[in-house]
Design a binder for this molecule. Sequence first.
Ligand code: UD1
Length: 419
Amino acid sequence: MEKLVITGGTPLKGEVTISGAKNAAVAILPATLLINGTCTIENLPNINDVKLYCEILEKIGAKITWITRNEIKIDTTNVCCTKAPLDITRKFRASYYLIGSMLGRCKDVQVSLPGGCNLGARPIDQHIKGFEALGANVVVNQGNITATAKKLTGTSIYMDVVSVGATINVMLASVLAEGTTIIDNAAKEPHIVDVANFLNTMGADIRGAGTDMIKINGVKELRGGASYSIVPDQIEAGTFMLSAMATKGDITIKNCITKHLESVTAKIIEMGGLVEEDGDTIRVKCTKRPNRANIKTLPYPGFPTDLQPQIGVVLSLADGTSTINESIWESRFQYTQELVKMGAKITAQGKSAFFEGVKSLSGAPVCSTDLRAGAALIIAGIAANGKTEVYNIEHIDRGYEDIEGKFRKLGAKIERVNE
Ligand code: UD1
């Protein structure tokens, strides 16, 4: 077991380059199963969720060649197995994309119910509703899901809740279906557009991704043979933007899409930070104690729930009292108990948390309760006075590439050591 040891009190300064988007990567990897041939994926983040996905794909017959640490060639010609390795699929949430992609490819799939971060109830009823509307028979039994179909036929599907996972999964299942599928009340996150762009590059006919109505005209096959570069990670970029605010730093974030970060930029300006945008670069500078602010998490283009813990650190240190209203996940305030150990004054009640800003935090041993909570605790440790030890960092390694290396380059005193 490893932990991160941070000696805090350093304002972060310098340049950082953003990796490919985790949430796009974990959808594009299973999407390769719809191709009967090869493709090359570039700007693939080198993170544990990607390695796990590659392991699953290899176990069911895909051939993967690592060209660099961020680029793979994948040949799915010989994929024949319909049963995903249940011990691995149980480990992370995004394994649910195997249902849509393998249903699309083989019309037959078995996976275990997805695990992942503990953020409260994580139903997949909208995924199942979509698969059934396309003609699949879906059975949930003893923690596993089996989906089978004689054939999949395009239809109109209205999503009862705006769901990233259900939108992508139904898109995957309908790419090779007969006729046209319409997903109404679709999610609009950047990685939905990225998955649609990947599939279109490989030969699919998907229109409207990024709006709330996506139209998928079924095609006979995806020819593959092309290269695709994954979009920069919106959440990683936002994590570094907020770390500049928490540490009164000055960070230039390279390789990001500024449009994807508008909700974060708006809040940073409201909190008194300075933001300069230049092409695919954002500079965030903070010269004084941040102002208080209220946050409500929402589906894109609203403020992302996956940046809620990170902005929570900034609000812990802000001048005045702030509120966060979490509207996506029912249990996303576990990190606040860890920040309280560092001297933060936070009261969390149900889906709201109240932050009475303090002038400084002090280092303490803390536990990363989930992926984004882990990133928030690193930021808190860098901003705090004294030594912080962050435990359970396996959550962080699932989704951030070389996080301590990137923070160290910005001046943080951070080391990974064996417990
Ligand atoms: C994805 C992201 C996750 C992010 C979340 C919200 C991936 C791999 N993960 O998760 O990091 O926090 O989007 O931006 O991309 N819901 C239902 N029924 C369903 C599906 C979802 O009620 O069938 C509800 C959920 O309980 C939640 C909301 O819809 O309240 C949004 O969930 P969803 O967008 O599906 O999240 P994920 O795709 O799991």
